[in-house]
Design a protein around this ligand. Structure first.
Ligand code: LRH
Ligand code: MN
Length: 424
């Protein structure tokens, strides 16, 4: 469904007066508002190609209708999100769920929608119909050298698809691990995995990055071979300068201090990027900022501090991606909310009075430190985030316009109720 510019203009005209009132108050409250708005305009979050349909669990899946039936329709849907919020300017593909049949045509279609291709994701956690050897007992860790070879070749295949689309990074998430004590020799599993990752790393073009995503558990329920930030860090240290750790917010054990992990990986120059989502219990893949918005703010607080300490370009030097699954929400509405949640956390982190915080930390004035952080977290930055959208040509209220234009109803009319998108 194409979204005409005049419809966004009309929507913004109706909301402008209220917006300007809220904006002038926010600007009066936030010292560096102008600089923050510019940073927000530049900040783009990649949308996962595997999260444009209804997700499910082993207990059931409740399809919402109008889901994309092809990669072309997925690009149209991400294009629509980007037209609404001007902050979703990239799509992250998962192979083989989204193999481009004609890469040139797909790249051109994405460009028409103002979209680039972010990291491509390999998949050695499922057996494909035409696959010779099973990944039941793992892929890169597998005791069978033939299985490891098959998995390495798949990753190299994924890199080839990425090169054709203009992507410059590969995300490797391995479900590899074990379900019972004694099932696995941890040292051999580590060595097999490292040896295999070396072959994949060597196959990447010189300007590519490898993101090694860790996860505490699921689908294995006793050990995971890339199970936490320390293990991922240990691999990427050995692999080379262009191997980094990827932090999926849902991949930690309960109460893990993710913002501290982020601060250390960034300091060690081994933080590659994120899969943003939220969770209360496990890898729930819920809307970013829906459960723990303060944690998301604290993570961005460490990101802004750590990136500025190294003079990094906020918009381009790390991989900003969403990884979510939608069991009860409309997939596109959920993604609009996730982008908004991330942009607000980033804007609040940019508004932190860093000089005052450093002075308070230097004298261990714990109370003042909290006051400074929570003042930023309690600052309403919604008008600032909306202003960035407005300046970039987006809608002041993306979700409101999405509903006003009856986008889902139109997609159901166009695609039908029973269509199922590839992915999770
Ligand atoms: C694993 C994960 C990984 C993807 C998959 C879709 O839980 O986060 O990033 O490959 O979800
Ligand atoms: Mn992920």
């Amino acid at each position: 469904m194409q979204l005409e510019k005049y419809k966004i203009q009309q929507h913004n005209d109706d909301l402008l007066t209220g917006h300007q009132r809220r904006l002038s108050f926010a600007v009066s409250e936030i010292e560096n508002a102008e600089a923050i708005i510019q940073k927000l305009v530049d900040f783009q979050i990649a949308i996962p190609s595997w999260a444009l349909g209804t997700g499910g669990t082993r207990f059931g899946r409740f399809a919402g209708g109008g889901e994309p039936r092809s990669l072309e329709e997925k690009i149209e849907d991400v294009g629509l999100l980007h037209a609404l919020n001007q902050a979703s300017g990239a799509i992250s593909l998962h192979i083989p769920w989204d193999i481009p049949k004609d890469a040139k045509a797909i790249k051109a279609l994405a460009a028409q929608h103002g979209l680039k291709f972010d990291a491509v994701n390999s998949n050695t956690f499922q057996d494909q119909a035409d696959q010779a050897l099973s990944y039941k007992f793992g892929s890169l860790q597998n005791v069978d050298k033939g299985v490891r070879k098959q998995a390495i070749e798949h990753n190299i295949e994924v890199i080839k698809h990425g090169i054709e689309l203009g992507s410059e990074s590969l995300t490797v998430w391995l479900s590899d691990g074990s379900c019972f004590p004694g099932q696995l020799n941890f040292r051999r599993a580590y060595q097999n995995t490292l040896e295999s990752l070396h072959e994949i790393y060597a196959a990447m073009p010189d300007n590519w990055k490898m993101f090694l995503e860790y996860k505490a558990y699921e689908p294995n329920f006793y050990s995971t071979t890339v199970g936490d930030w320390g293990q991922s860090y240990s691999y990427v240290q050995k692999l080379g300068d262009r191997a980094y750790t990827l932090v999926d917010l849902g991949h930690h054990l309960p109460n893990a201090n993710i913002e501290q992990i982020v601060a250390l990986l960034l300091m060690e120059e081994k933080l590659g990027g994120f899969h943003f989502n939220d969770s209360k219990y496990g890898d729930d893949d819920l809307t970013a900022g829906a459960m723990k918005p303060y944690q998301l703010f604290l993570i961005f607080n460490e990101l802004v501090d750590g990136m500025d300490a190294r003079g990094l370009n906020h918009a381009t030097d790390l991989g900003w991606m969403i990884d979510a699954s939608h069991n009860v929400k409309d997939p596109l509405e959920d993604l609009l909310q996730s982008v908004e949640g991330i942009m607000m956390a980033y804007a609040q982190a940019l508004s932190v009075d860093r000089k005052a915080l450093e002075e308070a930390q230097a004298v261990s004035d714990v109370v003042r430190c909290q006051e400074i952080l929570q003042n930023a977290f309690r600052t309403d930055v919604r008008a600032i985030v909306a202003e960035a959208r407005l300046r970039a040509g987006g809608a002041l209220n993306p979700l409101g316009l999405f509903r006003h234009l009856k986008v889902r109803e139109n997609l159901i009319a166009e695609r039908g109720l029973k269509t199922v998108a590839t992915g999770l």
